[in-house]
Design a protein around this ligand. Sequence first.
Ligand code: KG4
Ligand code: ZN
Length: 350
Amino acid sequence: MAKIAEQQPVAGPLRILGIESSCDETAAAVLEDGRVLSNVVAGQAVHAAWGGVVPELASRAHQEHIVPVVEAALREAGLPPDALTAVAFTQGPGLIGALHVGAAYAKSFAQALGLPLLAVDHMRAHVLAHFIRDDQQRPVPEFPFLNLTVSGGHTLIVLVRSPLDMAAIGSTLDDAAGEAFDKGAKLLGLPYPGGPQVDALSSQGDPGRFRLPRPTVPDLDLSFSGTKSAFRNLVLPLRDDDGRLSPDLVPDLCATLQQAILDQLFAKLTLAVERTGITRIGIAGGVSANRGLRGRLAELADRHGWTVHIPPFAYCTDNAAMVAMAGDLLLRAGRTAGLDVVPLARIPQR
Ligand code: KG4
Ligand code: ZN
């Protein structure tokens, strides 16, 4: 199938509209040559009552939010739609019904305006968030660097050779780190998403009061399903007959869970540094907001002379600025998509 617009040599400022709808955030952003003009995110409160993302409800909420969110992004950017150079959207991985909403909208938008379409891999976009420019001055990582991508759905150690040349050298064999945080929090009766609550309560808790086993997974791969089950086996017998936990146990349990998750992440990240000899480290994904994780990373960086890159939080969690950034790089490389492009629930990262 023909490309929507013939590939032109890249000239003048690139103004990219990014659209993100892979999970439970409907987001749109406009970047001009990698600089943020707007970055709008609409969360979906509907999932809190269910203690986790309900895919069907996510798709419906994306349908409600997508038009106003894109309009807000254009308004905040101060640009009419015909000032855009291209439209980038998250092709996957993610919830397939949710992805379809963003994909269909992006295709229609691109077709109506005759703009090039750019299909973005969400996991690569998390890594490319390091290259987003805004009013704060931050050094961008030099290549090659290692990126620890930790989110609700993914846990990857990525070797990034150049903006469009990256591959996971380690990945979780089962659940993601964020999933372990969220499911652990749910067992403790904490609201969804539980990661931030576990983070906050951990600082008041003793991680040595209880013990969780550490998994033994070969090479740079990781596993969190065992941590989840072991935590469940630890918590259930501590509940009283009404299923309640004494509140004084909760901070210690949070600290125990957080330490088990971070111990594994840092064991594998340290091994990745040893194996590759690369000491430039980036982090991305919602779990990278974790204060314990940031503290330990800073400590290791000090001790071993690592250079650490942490994007502002707004670009760590799911957002469309990272999608537009990835789109910018794809467009410069001439990698536009045709109108027959389809969303993909899974995209291999190796
Ligand atoms: O990257 P993200 O916004 O969405 C996905 O692509 O999954 O990540 C969401 C995940 C959730 O599991 C959430 O609990 C976790 O990031 N998270 C945290 C913290 N803030 C968000 N986990 C631990 N500590 C935090 N402070
Ligand atoms: Zn994500």
